[in-house]
Design a protein around this ligand. Structure first.
Ligand SMILES: Nc1ncnc2c1ncn2[C@@H]1O[C@H](COP(=O)(O)OP(=O)(O)OP(=O)(O)O)[C@@H](O)[C@H]1O
Ligand SMILES: CC(C)(CO)[C@@H](O)C(=O)NCCC(=O)O
Ligand SMILES: [K+]
Length: 244
């Protein structure tokens, strides 16, 4: 059994896998890390490997307590990946984006793929059918858009995510919801349209904390899978074992 841990910028997501089967998912914060890992290991005593991908401020040392009982693998850009990295600054590419790109190659072979991860930040990653990782885009996520409107103005309230009723927001709240939600939906649809002018065929994978909210609002046909990063992490580890 394998315990995979995705340390994001806001939350930590963990999942226990038996082969390719996802048994259970756990979501928690950094301060609850130790307690949660202990509980997971108590519940799933057959876990032998701990596989971590971290873009947050959780380092390898945070897992030192488990070093004697588990084989710990901190995924890094030095590991083997199933694509050619064409990013001009490969060392600065987020490890979550690399793992997502790997998952896209494993789950959708021989196709052009666009991965959209709607988390704290929204990342776009494009991997062509010859498995060249080309790059993409980074923009603020839904929650971050609400927060930044509030944090960098005097008058705007901090709102929580809500579906806008109208295109034309008729109040401060409705203007913010329309701006944030409609704005992001147009952005994603717009990106997909622009990619279509360059690539006649590609599949789209949507993942991250806002997957379900966004999936039903997009024009294009997408594979929506909020567990895509966790699944990809499991596959990246299997690939590493075979290729190291
Ligand atoms: N409890 C929650 N805390 C924070 N965000 C949440 C929560 N529940 C749902 N969300 C939504 O999920 C989004 C954040 O996604 P996610 O949890 O994947 O981010 P993350 O943990 O920072 O991961 P990453 O850094 O990889 O994006 C927010 O925009 C928000 O709308
Ligand atoms: C963009 C985020 C924050 C998304 O989690 C992460 O992938 C990251 O810190 N990336 C580093 C910059 C880059 O990917 O080019
Ligand atoms: K993300």
């Amino acid at each position: 059994m394998i315990l995979v841990v995705d340390v994001g910028n806001t939350r930590i997501k963990a999942a226990v896998f038996e082969g390719a089967i996802l048994l259970e998912i756990f979501v928690f914060t950094k301060i609850e890390l130790d307690k949660n890992i202990k509980n997971i290991l108590k519940k799933f005593q057959k876990v032998a490997h701990l596989v971590v991908s971290s873009v947050g401020d959780v380092e390898k040392q945070s897992f030192l307590a488990f070093d004697s009982v588990l084989n710990i693998c901190f995924v890094s850009n030095e590991d083997p990946f199933p694509f050619q990295n064409k990013y001009s600054t490969p060392k600065t590419l987020g490890i979550d984006r690399m793992v997502l790109a790997a998952g896209a190659v494993f789950q959708f072979p021989n196709q052009n793929r666009l991965v959209i991860d709607a988390g704290t930040c929204i990342t776009y990653d494009f991997i062509d059918h010859q498995n060249n990782y080309l790059g993409g885009a980074i923009t603020p996520g839904l929650r971050l858009r609400y927060q930044s409107l509030h944090n960098y103005t005097a008058k705007l309230p901090l709102l929580t995510l809500e579906s806008p009723e109208e295109l034309i927001g008729n109040s401060t709240s409705n203007s913010i919801h329309s701006g944030v939600v409609n704005g992001l939906v147009y952005e994603i649809d717009g990106f997909i349209t622009e990619y279509s002018t360059r690539y006649s065929n590609f599949i789209i994978i949507l993942t991250g904390g806002d997957t379900d909210f966004l999936a039903k609002r997009l024009k294009n046909t997408i594979f929506a899978n909020s567990n895509f990063l966790l699944e990809s992490l499991n596959q990246t580890f299997q690939y590493k074992i075979k290729n190291d």
